[in-house]
Design a binder for this molecule. Structure first.
Ligand code: F3S
Length: 402
């Protein structure tokens, strides 16, 4: 790898030991993946933030670092709402350990936004090089915005944040961003609830694995693209996808797909993912809700009262700018929590069955929360949470949380 004089100096320890160790990580990664150089990044997003996932060892590693990030950097969701963790029923010992992790990241200069939707918080542009690590954020940045990021591991993203650089390989190179197969959705009317795109992504991810698909036959909006990419990143390992006529790079590549394998997904297959089973709680906001999704949930809940716990997750920045919608949602007994989500928080572990409107949560809840999972549209989720015409099995007689 070719390093600049400044990078050689960092490696030699002239800017401190932590920076040298972080650059060593990036150089090692670059060598493994055949990068020729390091390139500057515009922002970073660091996973490995919940005490549920990194534990004591991860905390001690973070506390051993002594440097500040060089670019705007946000943290992935952590295990609890930083301010309302008691309302979530979080154990005080967990909250203490989570607080230590947050302090360690704050000392490193990260913004404690704790979200998988950093694109709602700071401007990210087409062509920007990034070092993001949460899989749905990576899929969104690459596919919907046309920015360039590999799916970084937590330490790799932190190393990039502290040095302001990342090795130039993988999806940073335009030549690696071409579609590798076509996914044809066999229904021209496919333009409804985001959960349908979550179900499509859940199925497509299993078929596509880690390849780059080009979708034909769908016309998703932004929230639907978010749901599609998140689900494919979870059930497969998709970090970039194209949608003909919709995503920014599709027009560059879609003329050249004649030799590609074609997979067809039928509407009936997508609908088969939706099954009616009893649940004990409902969780929305995976990935974290957009302002439009919060408004939609508030509209659907209007005039109703929840009968089983309904959790909604969004970034603190989005919640603070949409206090009216949040108040309307919470007036029904539901709770809107920041900084965390149904997968990384232990708050959901007490339920035996959870309903979600997200293909990604549908993939992760069984393993991460030890619960059965049901997928429904946002409207169906609200109907179940408010006990309208569907059976639910309640954990306790109180719909208020926890
Ligand atoms: Fe975000 Fe948690 Fe889903 S990190 S994408 S809300 S699993």
């Amino acid at each position: 790898m070719r390093l600049t004089r400044e990078e050689e100096a960092i490696l030699a320890g002239e800017q401190g030991e932590t920076r040298a160790r972080m650059l060593e990580i990036l150089v090692a990664l670059g060598k493994v993946y055949g990068a020729k150089r390091l390139i500057p990044i515009m922002s970073a997003q660091v996973s490995g933030a919940s005490y549920k996932t990194i534990g004591r060892w991860g905390l001690e590693w973070l506390q051993s670092l002594d440097a500040r990030v060089a670019v705007p950097t946000v943290l992935n969701p952590v295990g609890m709402d930083r301010e309302r963790w008691q309302e979530m029923g979080i154990d005080p010992g967990f909250a203490r350990a989570q607080g230590e992790i947050l302090s360690a990241y704050r000392k490193l200069g990260l913004t404690l936004a704790c979200t998988c939707t950093p694109y709602y918080l700071f401007i990210t542009r087409y062509g920007d090089h990034l070092a993001w690590s949460e899989s749905s954020a990576v899929a969104y940045a690459n596919s919907v915005i046309g920015a360039r990021t590999n799916r970084e591991g937590g330490p790799g993203a932190l190393a990039a944040a502290i040095t302001g650089r990342t090795p130039e390989y993988g999806l940073h190179l335009v030549s690696n961003r071409r579609p590798q197969l076509v996914v044809r959705v066999d229904d021209g009317r496919f333009s409804e609830d985001t959960a349908l795109f979550g179900a499509l992504g859940y199925l497509a991810g299993k078929l596509v694995g880690g390849k780059i698909p080009l979708f034909e036959g769908i016309r998703p909006g932004r929230d639907q693209l978010k749901a599609l990419g998140a689900a494919m990143a979870a059930s497969g390992a998709v970090a970039l996808f194209h949608v003909a006529g919709i995503t920014p790079e599709a027009r560059i590549f879609s003329y050249d797909t004649t030799d590609l394998e074609v997979i067809t997904i039928e509407r009936s297959e997508i609908e088969s993912v939706f099954r009616k089973t009893p649940v004990e709680a409902v969780a929305l906001g995976c990935p974290h809700c957009s302002p439009e999704e919060l408004a939609e949930i508030a509209r659907l809940l209007s005039g109703k009262v929840t009968k089983i716990p309904l959790f909604v997750f969004a970034s603190r920045g989005v919640i603070e700018k949409h206090r009216g919608e949040v108040a309307a949602i919470e007036a029904t007994g539901a709770r809107v929590f920041a900084d965390t989500c149904m997968v990384v928080s232990p708050a959901m572990d007490r339920f035996r069955a959870i309903m979600v409107n997200s293909g990604k949560a549908f993939s992760y809840v069984p393993d991460m929360c030890g619960a059965a999972v049901r997928l429904g549209t946002t409207e169906e989720c609200i109907r179940v949470a408010t006990g309208e015409g569907e059976e639910t099995s309640r954990v306790s007689g109180d719909s208020r949380l926890p």
